[in-house]
Design a protein around this ligand. Sequence first.
Ligand code: PTT
Ligand code: SF4
Length: 608
Amino acid sequence: MKGWWGRILWVDLSSGDVRVWEYPREWALDYIGGRGFAARILWEFMPPGADPLGPDNLLVFAGGPLSGSAVNAGKIVVAAKSPLTGGYGDGNIGSLFATNLRKAGFDGVVIRGVARRPSYIYIENGRGYVLPAEALWGTTAGVCERRIKDVYGKSSGVICIGPAGENLVKYSVVLSQEGRAGGRPGMGAVMGSKRLKAIVAIGDMEPPLAEPREVKRLFTESAKDIKGKEGYPFWVRQGTMMTIEWSQNASVLPSYNFREGVFEYWRMIDGYSMEAAKVAQRSCPICVMPCGNVVRDYEGALAELDYENVAMLGSNLGIGHLGYVSKLNRLADELGLDTISLGAVLGFAMEATERKLLRDGIEWGDHRRAEELVVDTAYRRGLGALLAEGVKRMSEKLGGGSHEWAMHVKGLEISAYDCHAAPAMALAYGTSPIGAHHKDAWIIAWEVRTGRFDYSEAKVDKLIEMQRIRGGIFETMVGCRFPWVELGFNLEWYLKVFKAATGYPITFDEYYEVADRIYTLIRALWIRELGGWSVEMDTPPARWFKEPLTKGPIAGSKLDYEKYLWMLRKYYEKRGWDKRGVPRESTLRRLKLEYTIQELSKHVNIQP
Ligand code: PTT
Ligand code: SF4
């Protein structure tokens, strides 16, 4: 088998057992890697109904056949059953760990059990070891990584968690390289629940590529192509931060807990303000279009900014000062909190304070109180203990109709695009396989350009196409999607590299079938873990349907609930799911998922 090592490292932290597992060969083409492997492994080896923070949950890190070989493919998928949502959760992180793991001879690592004492895993050339990490426990992510690199050298690849992961904050992430974060739905807490502080990989083995020279040639050619793109120089200047201006102009910049899509102080936190404060540029490994913008916060410390972070910790909280936002961002990176969920949680707390549902809470725009609460959340102190649970649980606790403005889908907080006037993006959030995240379909740019107020079948088709490419191709091969999304790099390149790496000439239709298989498998996994399904699970919060925007050029806009449901049903139909959103038996068989039928039938009545 070329392209894949065919080996995954299994680590059982309860027993201390470490073994090399050769996965079934047919998984390679049926699931490709990354998210595909993660979903299959969770279905197969995690007992149904496992406690997300217990020993039976599996923390999976999985690369794909292009990891470490194609441009910008220095990334890895991290997945597990989510403590935030109770369903499937994953994220994608750029790290030397991703490229080093491949060089160490593995396509992935699976971790089960709970270590008796704080531990880390060390992986080198075909072997893995569990080692004590008492000296690292309690450190911030940056300190932890620096200490490990002091021991293993600068070229070691390190993933670690911060105090938030140790303290089981439900939206804690795993981190790397001081500005990379992944696994929004609480992958950091899953790692913390296993008393696993870090994983380190070192290796010098060549991945088994079918045509190594052709892979190298394609890398050089595609790097040239990308660097020649018209948008390249501006991308390197601003990266994702350019989106603040676009979002403001399109009235989709989340402001004041997604009440509005415009922010009066947007200029103070936009890409040009960032450029004025920029002191360095960082990137994931083997990236040819770096986008890690490093600035100094108002206290002079370094922070790495992205659009999502700045929108959620800035406009969504009414904070119009980049230095203040940068400090919140830095704290989140050091402590290991997901910036998107954190921004949603703080925004929710601000609104709850305004509505007098929360005493001693936080006022809009109060950056100092926000800083205190971020730290308290990571350590679960005082009000922070409630904030650590995410907006869904917070609204269940506070009541008062707050579920209508608790901005989440399936328990995962919504990322930084307001959808009062973007029904396709609302559907993208509604149907994302991990809860409300934009990564599977950032359809909003296309939607704003082509007719934002329509509810149409064409939008459903476009959404599924995007989910196939973004959630299917990029999350399984595994690589960064920005060359394609941001600079128009042709997707054909990836198929060429796939052929050179694996020897298999995959077509788009074949790849889309793999993507559909994974989508339906993940849906099956959700149903198995939650014990049923309903359309409400795929529907965004009431705020977007009931409370129109009051500011900006499209003031008065809101979503239409009945029309949203019409699009959702069309979506189900096209995916081969019934009108409850449950996969049909014929779909499961067509996608070679018949192995799920018996278990699924225990929870729902499966339609033919
Ligand atoms: C991603 C989510 C995003 S999406 C952002 S900013 W973005 C936030 N970044 C955080 C951060 O930083 N620190 C922190 N403590 N929490 C954060 N949470 C948020 O996490 C990231 C880039 C970005 S920046 C994006 S869109 C693209 N995402 C990709 C993806 O999902 N898949 C893929 N194949 N390629 C992608 N390329 C881009 O990668 P999650 P990273 Mg991230 C500081 O993790 O869980 O997927 O959520 O990985 O290495 O930091 O790169 O405007
Ligand atoms: Fe990482 Fe940005 Fe490069 Fe993508 S474009 S690989 S997110 S640095």
